[in-house]
Design a protein around this ligand. Structure first.
Ligand code: FAD
Length: 397
């Protein structure tokens, strides 16, 4: 068994940033960064954006290989951790050597829920989460004509805009009564609906999918809707949300409930184990939240690196920030609109440049902006302050 003082499981935005900022903060101990994938650690947002347009593979990676050597970060690739042995303080892979830790950071991310849909394993059905998914999808899109997107969330809509821009016939099928319902206000959903429809996509709301239907050779031919009707398809992208990767934590007996439960300093129920990024459920505005966005992953990684290098627990209280590019529309969001009791639209959506301010009890809790970067920059300061979960925190921030 070998020893690393800090072991990080998962090398996405959260895990990579934790390793890099530990070194930037002057941490001198051994660091092991573990990824189940065989490629260099990479960022996911371009997979549904520039990468589909041909962004070079090496531009996806956070850093080239020599970075890890130079920084003394042991990068373990194609190493899937199967268990955490909390008594021995070690992570255990399926085969190979266990690795002992003093502090463990779980940054295991999330997994698409695509598998729930009958027929999801047919040829021509994709999800868009890993680099390998995007590579395969990029190739298949060249010959596809009828593209169906199951799920009108960010990833599905970004892909829809891309496919439509390449002249494909696009149908978006969404079970809810509006687009991006979990993440944006009804005003914003309505705006994006109009935009996708006017660009030529067909959008079916309130339309649950029953199953994906194959033809000869198990190649996808269509999407069967709940009323039995069939939408023709030779390429299907399923983007129906993700679930947190909590299996490791659960098996190790850590507290889990839709995410690994952490306190304000991102410690799990074991004080030597932290959880950050998509997999962590943390206290936010007097409730628990999992924010699936880069800003959250990076901010939480900085907080834990700060705790481990300063020896003083550093609470995490940043406001989540998210962006989405759909054709020529840049949507930027600060905060979380859920729980708002009043919204105010700034400027006219018809001009394709507007913001939606969301309030609760008179406090600004979220701002959504389309093609208005200056509103977004201002919102980052305003929402940050009112985003604290108590007036005492606001005073101290
Ligand atoms: C296509 C796409 C587009 C996106 N666009 C945006 C965007 O525009 N803006 C934005 O803010 N966010 C976006 N996101 C979300 C953002 O990428 C995530 O919130 C972010 O990647 C979370 O980082 P993470 O490190 O927590 O998890 P991940 O990036 O998911 O990384 C977790 C890693 O852990 C590894 N792992 C899991 N279990 C184990 C194990 N047992 N052993 C070893 N390794 C393991 C996984 O293989 C994975 O590589 C997008 C996501 C996708 C998929």
């Amino acid at each position: 068994m070998t020893q690393a003082q800090v072991v990080i499981v998962g090398a996405g935005h959260a895990g990579f940033t934790a390793a890099a900022s530990l070194r930037r903060n002057g941490y001198a101990g051994a660091i092991a960064l573990i990824t189940a994938e065989s490629c260099l650690p990479y960022q996911r947002p371009p997979l549904s954006k520039g990468y589909l347009d041909g962004l070079r593979e090496d531009r996806l990676s956070f850093r080239p290989e020599h970075f890890y050597e130079r920084k003394g970060i042991e990068l373990l690739r194609a190493y899937r951790v199967e268990e955490i042995d909390r008594t021995a303080k070690a992570v255990v892979p399926a085969s190979g050597e266990s690795l002992r830790y003093d502090h463990l950071i779980l940054a295991t991310g999330s997994t698409p829920q695509a598998a729930r849909l009958p027929g999801n394993d047919l040829d021509g059905v994709f999800r868009l989460h890993r680099r390998a998914d995007a590579d395969a999808l990029r190739e298949r899109l060249v010959t596809a004509r009828e593209v169906v997107i199951v799920g009108g969330g960010f990833i599905g809509l970004e892909f829809a805009a891309h496919a439509r821009g390449r002249g494909k016939n696009v149908t978006i099928v969404e079970a809810a009564d509006r687009l991006m319902a979990r993440a944006v206000t009804p005003v914003m959903s309505e705006f994006f609906l109009r935009e996708h429809v006017s660009a030529g996509s067909r959008v079916l709301l309130d339309t649950p999918v029953a199953r994906l239907v194959g033809g000869d050779g198990s190649r996808v031919q269509g999407v069967e809707l709940h009323d039995g009707s069939l939408v023709k398809a030779d390429l299907v992208v399923v983007g129906v949300g993700v679930r947190a990767n909590t299996g490791l934590a659960e098996r190790a007996g850590l507290a889990v409930n839709d995410g690994v439960l952490v306190d304000r300093c991102l410690r799990t129920s074991d004080p030597d184990i932290f959880a950050i990024g998509d997999c962590a459920s943390y206290p936010y505005r007097n409730r628990r939240a999992r924010h699936e966005c880069v800003e959250n992953a990076v901010g939480q990684a900085h907080a834990v690196a700060g705790t481990l290098t300063s020896g003083e627990s550093q609470p995490y209280r940043r406001t989540p920030v998210f962006w989405s590019d759909q054709a020529d529309l840049k949507l930027q969001i600060v905060g979380d609109f859920s729980g708002s009791d009043r919204t105010e639209v700034i400027s006219d959506p018809a001009g394709r440049s507007f913001s939606v301010n969301c309030y609760r009890d008179g406090a600004l809790i979220a701002v959504e902006s389309v093609n208005r970067p200056s509103d977004h920059v201002a919102a980052r300061k305003l929402v940050d302050r009112s985003g604290c979960s108590s007036p005492a925190q606001a005073e101290g921030s």
